[in-house]
Design a protein around this ligand. Structure first.
Ligand code: UD1
Ligand code: CA
Length: 463
């Protein structure tokens, strides 16, 4: 039975000036979610009774981005991490049990690590259990000062002497606290430090001095607790997250031809025996079914790729690609595209808001918008569905077993019934009945001797 978590408090009121952005720091994205989104997803897995996000800078934007059961608590002035937690705890009057504190800008934290911290905290009956990390360069971090019995205090970099600054074990801003002793210590915090702030880190020393239990866990993977202060670090963490996501898919049976050029968002679903080729980006809620091959050079956002389908050098958003279907190269699928089983959207084909039936082919150079096309039809090269008259969009309906000749314009609204054929070069403005051939172009005439009469110099070499 996992230990109960009464509340998770996410610290997200800071400004993040070094991002140099109009977007609040915790709303910058990696792996298809905001930093805060990753933290909230990990926190939600612990099923806390309360999930509070302390907001301050950019509070409207941050509050609007909250998901699930997360609730914003406003910290009017950023008087320090201890103050932030106090503001959150003040909104939970009779709370008892375990309070987990996490920073909103540590997107690689996993639920498993948080779970371990909480379990260690509960079984040791400590007042405070903090997550620490050993880092190469501890500059800027709070240092973990240990003595014979354990963690004695956390000393902020700006308050530390030279000897303390040598310590490479640092505070991560991840803690499990017992609610009562936390509330008591927060009430006693003081600002007599280098930054004139209420430091959450001081709770550690206060609990120790009071003779309460203080425990510490060293993070197994120090990358997990890395925070983001600027865009360099954001990109570094994005790459670590990418590696983590890709590796998990590999373990689950997905082949990556070049893992270092594949970017897969956290919420993407890949079934076993999928192959992801070089330089492929899979975003949003994309799902790729068994045996499908995606890439190289492909970007899919919120797409579903059916079993055994192939998508080569293409760009698609909001499209459903049927099983065994073939897409690309150089194909652009826009929202509302549904390609049936074994259908084909080939080179230089754009499709939008259209249903393409099973075994139907759009082999090359076509635009299909706002159309419904049945099964086993073929749309000739160079065909344009003229769906827009400058004011409104209209629908085109093409039945089963239809052959649209090359270089046609299908001027919507228009219907081609089952088995209809159209001649190459036709501009189809009228419905075509089942089984009919539509010829909608001027008949060719050849004017004998025209060149000799009108261009007597033709054929002579120009100097
Ligand atoms: C803090 C810790 C430090 C630790 C480091 C790890 C303190 C005093 N120091 O330092 O020991 O090594 O994190 O990342 O706790 N925040 C608020 N309200 C505030 C101030 C901060 O919500 O008034 C939030 C920030 O948005 C951020 C988090 O708290 O998400 C940490 O604040 P930050 O200013 O980054 O603290 P550090 O100086 O990095
Ligand atoms: Ca920080």
């Amino acid at each position: 039975m996992p230990s109960r978590v009464a509340a998770v408090i996410v610290l997200a009121a800071g400004e993040g000036t070094r991002m140099k952005s109009a977007t609040p720091k915790v709303l910058h994205r990696l792996g298809g979610r905001t930093m805060l989104g990753h933290v909230l997803a990990a926190a939600e897995e612990l099923a806390p009774e309360h999930l509070l996000v302390v907001v301050g800078h950019g509070r409207e934007q941050v509050t609007a981005a909250l998901t699930g059961k997360a609730r914003a608590v406003v910290q009017e002035t950023q008087d320090g991490t201890g103050h932030a937690v106090r503001v959150a705890l003040d909104s939970l009057e009779h709370l008892e049990g375990t309070v987990l504190v996490v920073p909103g800008d540590a997107p690689l934290l996993t639920a498993a690590t948080l779970r371990q911290l909480v379990d260690a905290h509960v079984s040791s009956e400590a007042a405070t259990t903090l997550l620490t990390a050993r880092v190469q360069d501890p500059t800027g971090y709070g240092r973990i000062v240990r003595d014979a019995t354990g963690v004695a205090a956390v000393v902020e970099h700006k308050d530390a002497d030279e000897q303390t600054r040598q310590i490479d074990e640092v505070a991560t801003s991840v803690y499990a606290f017992a609610a009562g002793p936390l509330r008591e210590a927060l009430g006693r915090l003081r600002t007599d430090n280098a930054q004139g702030e209420l430091y959450l880190t001081d709770v550690v020393g206060m609990h120790r001095t009071a003779g309460l239990g203080v425990g510490a866990q060293v993070a197994v993977d120090p990358d997990e607790v890395r925070g983001v202060n600027d865009r360099v670090q954001l990109a570094q963490l994005a790459r670590i997250l990418r590696d983590r996501i890709v590796e998990q898919h590999q373990r689950d049976g997905v082949a990556f031809l070049d893992p270092h050029t594949a970017w897969v968002d956290a919420d993407v679903v890949l079934e076993p025996d999928v192959t992801i080729a070089q330089n492929t980006q899979l975003h949003g809620e994309t799902v790729v079914r068994r045996g499908a091959v995606v890439g190289p050079d492909t970007t899919l956002t919120d797409c579903e790729v059916g079993a055994g389908a192939a998508v080569l050098k293409s760009h698609a958003t909001g499209a459903r690609i049927g099983e065994q279907a073939s897409v690309g190269p150089f194909t652009y699928l826009r929202p509302g595209t549904v390609l049936g089983p074994r259908s084909k959207a080939g080179a230089y084909v754009e499709v939008k808001n259209s249903d393409v039936g099973e075994d139907t082919k759009l082999p090359h150079l076509a635009y299909v918008g706002d159309a419904t096309i049945g099964a086993r039809s073929n749309i000739g090269a160079g065909t344009i569905v003229v769906n827009y008259d400058g004011r409104a969009k209209h629908r085109t309906t093409v039945g089963d077993d239809v052959r649209v000749g090359s270089n046609n314009s299908l001027v919507a609204p228009v219907t081609l019934e089952d088995g209809a054929y159209t001649a190459a070069g036709s501009a189809i403005t009228e419905d075509v009945p089942a089984g009919a051939l539509a010829v909608a172009r001027e008949k060719q005439r050849n004017i004998e001797g025209w060149v000799a009469r009108k261009r007597p110099a033709a054929g002579e070499k120009k100097s």
